[in-house]
Design a binder for this molecule. Structure first.
Ligand code: SF4
Length: 101
């Protein structure tokens, strides 16, 4: 027997068909998943906004070689850092220094 696309060969065992849920259930589940995901991520985003203490990253008010806050990607002039809390000297340094591009 020649089968064309879309034909089902009834001589072969077929896998059971899964019943698709009604469109409203799918829509509701999608919304519930989105809301649940947002609730789970909320603490992460607020935690990410919190800065770490200077001691935690070994902050010092003097440079380390040619590495200093003023040439770090995280430095926020005139005296702040996006990751480290408190007053940050442009000539300071810490362990998470990253070269400004
Ligand atoms: S070295 Fe960079 S990350 Fe560390 S305190 Fe200075 S600006 Fe912030």
């Amino acid at each position: 027997m020649n089968l064309t696309e879309g034909d089902v060969d009834m001589t072969e065992p077929q896998p059971p068909r899964l019943a698709l849920p009604p469109r409203r259930k799918v829509l509701f589940r999608g919304i519930a998943c989105t809301a649940g995901g947002a609730m789970l991520l909320a603490p992460l985003t607020s935690a990410r906004a919190a800065k770490v203490g200077q001691a935690a990253v070994g902050y010092q008010s003097s440079p380390k070689g040619d590495q200093q806050c003023s040439n770090c990607a995280q430095f926020a002039a005139p005296n702040a850092c996006n990751f480290v809390d408190g007053n940050i000297s442009p000539s300071g340094w810490c362990q998470i220094w990253a070269k400004k591009s």
